[in-house]
Design a binder for this molecule. Sequence first.
Ligand code: CP
Length: 304
Amino acid sequence: MNNLLTMSELTECEIAEILQEAQRFADGAIWKSPNQVFAANLFYEASTRTHFSFEAAQKRLGLEVLNVGVESSSVQKGETLYDTVKTLEAIGANVVVIRHPQDRYFEELTGRVGIPVLNAGDGCGNHPTQSLLDLLTIQQEFHTFQGLQVGIAGDIRHSRVARSNAEALTKLGATVYFASPEEWKDERNPFGTYASLDHLIPQVDVLMLLRVQHERHDQGAGVQMQHYHETYGLTVEREQNMKPGSIIMHPAPVNRGVEIADALVECSRSRIFKQMQNGVYVRMAVLKRALSGVKGGIAHEVFA
Ligand code: CP
C-alpha cells in the first residue's frame, strides 16, 4: 500500500523518484488515469494550499474528486475518523487525502483500511507533501542537497513542516540549523542545531521561515508577539545580510510583518509562491505513486 504518512518512511531513492516525477510534471508532462479513479479529500483543519493543490493535482490526473465537507458531514454526528474513511472506501474512493489536528491520527487507519492514505498534515507531527514540495524547490535552485546549509526559523515546536523537513534534509546530506524563541525550541527534534537568527543569516543557503501557529499555543503563555518581527523575524535589514544566491522559503500562510517583512514576501530571493506552484506537481507525483499500488487503480505509464 503506497501510503504517504511521514518522511521517515521514504528512502533517499524514493524521495529522488518522487522529485523526478514531480519535475517531469513541472516541465509539462501530461499523464491521465486510464481508469475511473475516485480521490477523497478529508480536511478536519483549515487549508488553502494543501487542499486545493491536491484538488488541482487530482483534476490534472483526470481523477474524480470527492471533497468531504467535514463541517457538513456525519463527523458532526460523532462518526469516527476510522468509520468515515471506511465509508469513503465502501462508496468507491480509491485514495484518501487527510488533514487532522491529532498527531499521528493515521495510526488508527494503517492496516485497517484498504485504500492508500496521503497525510496532508497531522497536528504538530508531519507534513510530508509540504516537505517534498520544499525539497523540489530547493533542488531546482541548487541541484543537490549535499553540503547545503538550511536554517529553519520560528515556531519549531509546533511545526510539522520543521519536523518533516529537518529529517528529510538531513537524510539527503544538508546541514539543518534552527533559530527559535526559547519557548518554541523542540528538544525532541534531533535533526538540527540551534543558533541565533543573526548568526545564521549570512551563512545559510536556504532560510525557511515558519508561521507562528497561534491556534496551537496555550492562551496567555509564551512568546511576546509585539516584538516578534524585530527579534525573530526576517526584517528588511536582515535580508541585506543574507548570503549571495541564498533563498527565502515559507510554507505559508504568511503572517506578513511578523515572520517576514511585507516587502520581502515577493522579493527576488523569495520562493514562497514557487513553493505553492511546486505543490501541485509534487501532489500529482504522490497521487500517481499511491494509485500505482492499487488494484484497478493505474494500469500503465502513459506520458505525453
Ligand atoms: N502550507 C500549508 O500547509 O498551507 P495550508 O494550511 O493552506 O494547506
